[in-house]
Each structure stands twice: as structure tokens, then as C-alpha cells.
Design a protein around this ligand. Structure first.
Ligand code: IPE
Ligand code: IPE
Ligand code: MG
Length: 248
């Protein structure tokens, strides 16, 4: 049986989030400049997105650029922004062909105007697609998002639109950038780093975590299937006992 055949279509995660890491190390391993790793990483984005769409996964969120990544050497930041613009231009057809809707989360106002405009254009163009929702986290960090939510809620309280006693899980979630999305069921991080790096701290509360040593440019569709199979073999208890969960 192939890996793909081992995937149980009735137990698919609704939302998969991925920390795409290891582009720089992949380049170094191959004696290339870091940007070649990022370029190769785009090919992985293409194949994993198509695989996720084909499997009927509802949401795929990809961590493409963190708030902290602005602190990288300017040359790498500029080249990454250019790569993002080129990729969106090139891949919009793929999104349309696969009925994929593009969404973004993050502080897009920090992007160069041309990059922000390209993303907005692509979001508009794909807005009516009904298949996979591909969420790109761009200039994103969970702490940025939580501060923004706190500020917005405080403002609403001040304006008399929100009562302090009505603040609950649902209202906090509704003020996050992921407001209409289900929480990730599965988080994958490539490259062997065992950390979250300021990604979706609220939303990952009960996600299953999957770490692989594979570098992002080397991450194949089979690696993705393997992560999904691993996820499907876990027992998600959400604080309950194993007996309670298996009784359902
Ligand atoms: C991930 O690869 C891509 C971004 C963070 C933009 P890295 O660039 O972090 O690659 P490593 O971690 O240096 O190998
Ligand atoms: C996390 O990767 C951010 C993205 C994948 C975009 P980093 O490479 O920036 O994370 P750290 O610095 O190793 O934690
Ligand atoms: Mg890294």
C-alpha cells in the first residue's frame, strides 16, 4: 500500500499549519547562497499546496515570514520580498486551476507596497474559489497578533461596544487574524528545530505537533503523507481520559 492509500479520508485534519524551515541550511548543504534555498522552498510550497487541495484539506497555513525575520540582513529581506512578489505572480494560475483561495495573516502594512498590492490582487482574484484556503503568514507573529487583539478589544470596551464580562474564548478568537478559521489540528515543522517561533500561540493550544529533520526544500509529498498518517494515529484527548474519548 502506498503512503497515500494509507491516509484515512474520514479522519483528515481540517487545518494543517506548517513552519517551513531549513531553506538556508539546504542551500549551505548544496554549496549555494541562501536565496537558492528560498527559491527551492517555493517548489515545495507548490507541491504541498496541490497535495493538500487534492486531499480535500480545508485550510493550509504556511509560515512564510515572521515579524522577527525583518531582522535578517537587508539583502536577504529584499530578496525574499522580491521572491514573494514573483511567486504570487507566477502561481495565481495554479491557485485558480485548483480552486484555491489565497488568504494572508500578518502585518501586511510592513511589506513593500508592490508586495502588498500583489497579495491583495491575488486574494481578490481567488476570493470566489471554494476549495482549499491557503493562508500565508507574512510579517506575522503571534505576539503581534495578541497585542493587536488586546488593543482592539480595549478600544471596543472604551467605545461601549464590548462588555468586560462578555470577554470569553470566542470573543478573543474573533479578534485574532484567524477569526473565521478553525484552529490547526496539525502543526508540522521541518528542519529539526523543536520550537514554535512565535507562530499561532493561541490557535495551536490543542494542535498535534509533528517535527521532522527534513529541510523544507527536501520535503516531498510523501513526507507530507507521512505526517498526516502519524497525526491520524494519535489520540486527541482535549483534557479528557482515554476511556472517555474511546467511548464516543
Ligand atoms: C525558512 O528557512 C524560511 C524563512 C524563515 C523565510 P530559513 O531561512 O530559516 O532557513 P535556515 O533555518 O537558515 O536553514
Ligand atoms: C520561523 O523560522 C519563521 C518562518 C518559517 C517563516 P525561523 O528560521 O525564522 O525561526 P528561528 O529563528 O529558527 O526560531
Ligand atoms: Mg530557519
Amino acid at each position: 500500500m502506498t503512503l497515500k492509500e494509507q491516509i484515512d479520508k474520514t479522519k483528515m485534519p481540517r487545518h494543517v499549519a506548517i513552519i517551513m524551515d531549513g531553506n538556508g541550511r539546504w542551500a549551505k548543504k548544496n554549496g549555494l547562497a541562501r536565496m537558492f534555498g528560498h527559491r527551492e522552498g517555493v517548489s515545495t510550497v507548490h507541491r504541498i499546496t496541490e497535495a493538500a487541495a487534492e486531499l480535500g484539506i480545508r485550510y493550509l497555513t504556511l509560515y512564510a515570514f515572521s515579524t522577527e525575520n525583518w531582522n535578517r540582513p537587508q539583502q536577504e529581506v529584499d530578496a525574499l520580498m522580491q521572491l514573494l512578489v514573483d511567486t504570487i505572480a507566477k502561481e495565481t494560475d495554479t491557485l485558480m486551476r485548483n480552486n484555491i483561495q489565497l488568504l494572508t495573516i500578518g502585518d501586511l502594512d510592513r511589506l513593500p507596497l508592490s508586495a502588498k498590492a500583489k497579495f491583495e490582487q491575488c486574494m481578490q482574484q481567488t476570493a470566489r474559489n471554494t476549495g482549499l484556503k491557503l493562508v500565508i503568514a507574512l510579517s506575522y507573529s503571534a505576539r503581534w497578533e495578541l497585542i493587536r487583539a488586546a488593543q482592539r478589544m480595549a478600544q471596543e470596551v472604551k467605545d461601549g461596544k464590548l462588555r468586560v464580562e462578555d470577554i470569553d474564548e470566542a470573543s478573543v478568537a474573533a479578534h485574532l487574524t484567524t477569526a473565521d478559521m478553525p484552529d490547526p489540528d496539525l502543526l508540522i515543522r521541518t528542519s529539526g528545530e523543536l520550537r514554535i517561533s512565535n507562530f499561532l500561540l493561541w490557535q495551536l493550544a490543542y494542535a498535534e505537533l509533528y517535527f521532522t529533520d527534513c529541510l523544507w526544500p527536501d520535503f516531498t509529498v510523501d513526507h507530507f503523507y507521512q505526517a498526516l498518517i502519524d497525526y491520524q494515529n494519535r489520540e486527541r484527548r482535549f483534557g479528557k481520559t482515554s476511556e472517555q474519548v474511546s467511548a464516543v
